[in-house]
Design a protein around this ligand. Structure first.
Ligand code: PLP
Length: 451
C-alpha cells in the first residue's frame, strides 16, 4: 500500500494551515515539518530528551504526510458505499488493513478489526471471547499473568466480578512465566489465555510460540497483547498459534487513538460478543465510523515497521546497551529489572538505583530526560509498580526504578548526554543521603532487604 493518492497530494495539503497560526498550530507545524531528530523548543521552553517510547512514540513524518489529505480532500466516510468519496476512503482503509495484517503475518486482511487503541482491543478480545464462551456454555475460566498491562488486568477483574474464574500466573525475578504453571492452570472450564508479547515496564518477552503450542493443544483460545513487541521482534500469529492479538498505532510511530485487534478466521474461527452496538462496522465486531486519517497513518506506520523494524531493533538495542553499560560502569548498586536478550525488548532499560528516592531522581532528571518510573498508566499513583512487586523487587527498589524507552528517533549523542546526567545526578543525590553514608560506613539498614 502506501503512496495512496493521499501521499502524492500531501505536500500541497500541508500548507493549508493558513496564516497567523496560534501557538498550538505553530507548534504542531514545527513538529510536522521537522525531518531531523530533535525538536528542542516547545512553546519557547527547552524540552528534555525523550526516552519514553513505551508510553508513546513520536509520529514518523512519513506517517503524518500520508494522513494529511484524509482530513481535507479525501474526507469521505469509509462506510459510504454510494459515491466516490466513500470508495476512496474505503480503499485507503483497506490498504491500511492489509499493512496491519502483514505486520502480524495474518492469513487474511479480514482478520484485522480497527479499534480506538489497544485498551479497546484488549477489552474486546477478552470480554468478547469469555462472554461468548459462557453464553454457549463452553466454560468460564480465563488464565492471565500478574504483570500484564492494566488494560488486561482490569478487564479480567471485571470478568471476575461477573462470575468468571481467573487464574493469575506468577512470574520469576526476571518477569518470566513458568510454562508448567500455565499447563497446570488450564482446565476443562478454561476458554482463554491472555499473555503479552513484551512487558511495557521491564521489557521481558514471553515465549509466545510455546504458549501458543500449549493453548492449541489444549483447545483454548490465546489472546496476545502485542502492543510493545509487534514490529520490534518476531511475532507471527500463524506460526505462533495466536488467535487474538492487540496492537496500537501510537506505539509504532503512528497516531494516537487507533489500534487493531487480530481475530483469527480459520482453525479455529474465533467469534466474539461485540462491546458496542451500532452500524455493524468492522464485520459487526466494532461499530462506529472509522477515523480514516488515523487508520491510514496506522497502515503506513505498520508498513515502515515491517520493512525497517528488524534493522531498527538492532540499532536501538546497541544504543540501549550503550546506556546500560555506561550506567553500570559508572554507578554502584544498580539493579537491572527484567530479562536479558533475547528475552528483552530492544529499546527497554529498567534500572533500580539503590539509595535514591525515585521521586527525587525523577525531579532531578526532569529537565534532562523524559522517562517513566513505571507504566505510563500507573506513574500518576505513588504505589510502587505492581509489575516490579510481582517480580519480587522490594518496595524501595521498585520506587527507585526508572524505565528508559529508546526508539527510532533516539541518537547516540542523546544516550551519552543522558548517561552523563544520570550518573551525575545519582551521585549527587547519594552524597546527600544518610542511607548512602551509612552504607559507605559498612552499615545497611534497608536497601539490601528482599521483597
Ligand atoms: N497494552 C500495553 C502492553 C501497553 O503498553 C499499552 C499502552 O501503554 C496498552 C495496552 C494500551 O494501549 P492504548 O494506549 O492504545 O490504549
Amino acid at each position: 500500500m502506501l503512496a495512496p493518492a493521499g501521499v502524492r497530494q500531501a505536500s500541497a495539503t500541508r500548507c493549508a494551515l493558513g496564516p497567523g497560526p496560534s501557538a498550538h498550530v505553530r507548534d504542531v507545524r514545527s513538529a510536522c515539518s521537522t525531518s531531523g531528530r530533535e525538536i528542542p523548543i516547545f512553546l519557547g521552553v527547552t524540552r528534555p530528551i525523550y526516552m519514553d517510547d513505551h508510553s508513546t512514540t513520536r509520529c514518523d513524518p512519513r506517517v503524518v504526510e500520508a494522513m494529511l489529505p484524509f482530513f481535507t480532500e479525501e474526507f469521505g466516510n469509509a462506510a459510504s458505499r454510494s459515491h466516490a468519496y466513500g470508495w476512496r476512503a474505503e480503499e485507503a482503509v483497506e490498504g491500511a488493513r492489509a499493512e496491519v495484517a502483514k505486520l502480524l503475518s495474518a492469513r487474511s486482511n479480514k482478520e484485522i478489526v480497527f479499534t480506538s487503541g489497544a485498551t479497546e482491543s484488549d477489552n474486546l478480545a477478552i470480554k468478547g471471547a469469555a462472554r461468548l464462551a459462557r453464553e454457549e456454555r463452553k466454560g468460564d475460566h480465563v488464565v492471565t499473568c500478574k504483570t500484564e498491562h492494566k488494560a488486561v488486568i482490569d478487564t479480567c477483574r471485571r470478568l471476575e466480578r461477573e462470575g468468571f474464574r481467573v487464574t493469575w500466573l506468577d512470574v520469576d525475578g526476571e518477569g518470566r512465566i513458568d510454562l508448567d504453571a500455565l499447563r497446570a492452570a488450564i482446565d476443562d472450564r478454561t476458554v482463554l489465555v491472555s499473555l503479552m508479547l513484551a512487558n511495557n515496564e521491564v521489557g521481558t518477552v514471553h515465549p509466545i510460540a510455546d504458549v501458543g503450542a500449549i493453548t492449541r493443544e489444549r483447545g483454548v483460545l490465546f489472546h496476545c497483547d502485542a502492543v510493545q513487541g509487534a514490529g520490534r521482534m518476531a511475532f507471527d500469529v500463524e506460526a505462533m498459534h495466536v488467535d487474538l492479538a492487540s496492537v496500537s498505532a501510537h506505539k509504532i510511530y503512528g497516531p494516537k487513538g487507533v489500534g487493531a485487534l487480530y481475530v483469527r478466521r480459520r482453525d479455529p474461527r474465533v467469534r466474539l460478543v461485540a462491546e458496542m452496538d451500532g452500524g455493524g462496522h468492522e464485520r459487526g465486531m466494532r461499530s462506529g465510523t472509522l477515523n480514516v486519517p488515523a487508520v491510514v497513518g496506522f497502515g503506513v506506520a505498520a508498513q515502515i515497521m515491517r520493512e525497517e523494524g528488524p534493522g531498527e531493533a538492532e540499532r536501538v538495542r546497541a544504543l540501549r546497551n550503550r546506556l546500560r553499560e555506561r550506567l553500570f560502569a559508572e554507578l554502584e548498586e544498580l539493579k537491572l529489572n527484567g530479562a536479558d536478550d533475547p528475552w528483552r525488548h530492544p529499546g527497554n532499560l529498567n534500572v533500580s538505583f539503590a539509595y535514591v528516592e525515585g521521586e527525587a531522581l525523577m525531579m532531578a532528571l526532569k529537565d534532562v530526560v523524559a522517562v517513566s518510573s513505571g507504566s505510563a498508566c500507573t506513574s500518576a499513583s505513588l504505589e510502587p509498580s505492581y509489575v516490579l512487586r510481582a517480580m519480587g523487587v522490594s518496595e524501595d527498589m521498585a520506587h527507585a526504578s526508572l524505565r528508559f524507552g529508546l526508539g527510532r528517533f533516539t541518537t547516540e549523542a542523546e544516550v551519552d548526554r543522558v548517561a552523563d546526567q544520570v550518573v551525575r545526578k545519582v551521585k549527587r543525590l547519594r552524597e546527600m543521603s544518610p542511607l548512602w553514608q551509612m552504607r559507605e560506613e559498612g552499615v545497611d539498614p534497608r536497601w539490601l532487604g528482599g521483597s
